[in-house]
Design a protein around this ligand. Structure first.
Ligand code: ADP
Length: 254
């Protein structure tokens, strides 16, 4: 009887320790990710702003050839685009968090939406990765065109950012029965199977913030996942053999 009660007590104690430890670990991981986010967002704002300032100062102080001017302006515009996307992502993430993200659903041409999203990033004189496009013509879906544009932008920026050599990035769009399939593929650093399950969490970034040298906030894929969910779709992360990653998005047309 005493032994039985003792065992029950021990079991309750162990369960209590396990639950406390688990919630402590969770809180600790979240606090660490939030600290990382603050560090990275501060850095993310500071470095493009510093680059824009430097480029403007160079234009102001020096008499330059037309070609040099074009290149400096392109760099400054590129950095401005980075700040713009960063703010857009922060706003979108805040709206998702506060459940105030609203979609404006209408039928739109997804082929045109992807083309114009890619086109909008082209700055004359700026060095961008080569993008191979394989888009089926005139594919339509019911959804939020702006949100789909943001999804493409985030996946594309990642594909470019996590590819350190000159290999190109590709985007394809096709329709299979009642679904649209968008694939954004790269030949970059790839994602391990363990990380594939975590990368859609808010603020999550692979590796250590102190040693990593790629820019980012860990919000991009969190937003992408929500946009896919809002459209009742799904997203898969696949290996692009021999190296790299494919993000495969499946969206119902209606
Ligand atoms: P970040 O702002 O860090 O890029 P994301 O939410 O967009 O945040 O991505 C989360 C993490 O997933 C990234 O930090 C990176 O480690 C990993 N990741 C995302 N896309 C790719 C990719 N195409 N190739 C390799 N790793 C990727």
């Amino acid at each position: 009887m005493v032994v039985g009660e003792g065992l029950v007590f021990l079991a309750i104690l162990l369960i209590g320790i396990y639950i406390t430890r688990r919630s402590f670990n969770k809180e600790f991981a979240l606090a660490r990710q939030q600290k990382n986010f603050l560090l990275s967002i501060t850095h993310e704002f500071k470095s493009p702003l510093a680059a824009v300032k430097l480029n403007l100062q160079t234009l102001q102080k020096r008499e330059l050839e037309k070609e040099q001017r074009t290149s400096i302006i392109a760099k400054a515009l590129n950095e401005t685009e980075r700040i713009h996307n960063l703010i857009e992502n922060a706003l979108l993430a805040a709206r998702i968090e506060s459940h105030s993200f609203q979609m404006h659903v209408e039928e739109f041409n997804v082929t045109d939406c992807i083309s114009s999203t890619i086109q909008s990033r082209i700055i004359p004189g700026a060095e961008l990765k080569n993008i191979e496009l394989d888009l089926e013509e005139n594919l339509y879906m019911k959804g939020d065109a702006l949100a789909i544009s943001s999804l493409i932008l985030n996946l594309l920026e990642n594909a470019e950012k996590y590819t350190h050599d000159k290999s190109s990035v590709s985007i394809s769009l096709k329709q299979v029965k009642k679904n649209l399939i968008i694939e954004v593929s790269d030949h970059g650093i790839g994602i391990s199977d363990l990380e594939k399950t975590k990368i859609f969490e808010k603020f999550y970034r692979v590796g250590n913030e102190d040693t990593r040298n790629t820019k980012g906030t860990g919000l991009g894929l969190f937003i992408v996942k929500h946009i896919v969910d809002f459209h009742h779709g799904s997203i898969e992360v696949l290996d692009n053999l021999p190296n790299g990653t494919i993000f495969k998005v499946i969206l119902p047309v209606e």
